[in-house]
Design a protein around this ligand. Structure first.
Ligand code: GLU
Length: 238
């Protein structure tokens, strides 16, 4: 298991992502990383090792200014723990974190390589980032919907497109993911404890649903891009 956290709102994202990763440490991991959308585009810091070490690296570079971002603790399944294999993965138009295993990643990688796409890591995850980028048509929901149809295996995904820098997109199949509902802020997380210090309200994302989060709120669509009404859940425990 790994951990996913994502945030968009009016507050600084870095602190919220790092605290969220700490809250997910119990799930086990070997690497950690965050991407924050700055005014100059996404800034990504990732490395093998503990979240506390990631916090030091982020602090040494003077923090990262931005109000939207995603973070990840990785439990390596494809490719050793290394900076290149750690998440988030970057592919031109987007940054992405993934929990799970893409079973047909070799097939997709071969297809993309034959189209001239270059890979920087040994992970199954990078094929999802590259395929989304390859398919990107300016509509994130349509692109995610088209892309997940080609994925076999398990995934929880958090994605930010560079041309929608205030919006976090999320989807899942088999791997868990929740969407936290705050006041003028929203979250994605692998589990409720990661968001409890900010909100108790959340949606459980169902198989292949696509969530779109920004500071005005959250919308959820089915795998074909049709909006669905979700039941708001409330955590009544500490
Ligand atoms: N399969 C992916 C990897 O090896 C994700 C692993 C995870 O869920 O942490 O990077």
């Amino acid at each position: 298991m790994c951990g996913i956290i994502g945030f968009t709102g009016r507050k600084q994202a870095t602190e919220i992502l790092l605290r969220g990763l700490e809250a997910l440490e119990y799930r086990g991991y070997d690497s950690a990383g965050i991407s924050v959308m700055t005014k100059d585009g996404p800034v990504t810091v990732k490395r093998p090792g503990r979240v506390v070490e990631l916090c030091s690296v982020v602090a040494e570079r003077g923090g990262i200014e931005g109000t939207c971002g995603i973070g990840h603790t990785r439990w390596a399944t494809h490719g050793k723990p290394s900076e290149a294999n750690a998440h988030p993965h970057i592919s031109n138009t987007l940054v992405l974190v993934h929990n799970g295993i893409i079973e047909n990643y070799v097939e997709i990688k071969d297809f993309l390589t034959s189209r001239g796409v270059h890979f920087c890591s040994d992970t199954d995850t990078e094929v999802v980032a590259r395929l989304l980028d390859y398919n990107y048509n300016g509509s994130p929901i349509e692109t995610i919907s088209n892309t997940i149809r080609d994925l076999e295996g398990s995934y929880a995904l958090g994605i930010i497109f560079a041309d929608h820098p205030d919006v976090v997109y999320a989807t899942r199949k088999e791997s868990p993911l929740i969407v936290g509902l705050g006041k003028e802020e929203s979250f994605i997380a692998s589990d409720v404890p990661a968001i409890l210090r900010y909100t108790r309200d959340y949606y459980l994302l169902e198989q292949e649903e696509i969530a779109v989060l920004d500071h005005s709120g959250v919308k959820v669509y089915d795998a074909y891009g049709v909006e669905v009404q979700k039941e708001r859940k409330t955590a009544d425990w500490d």
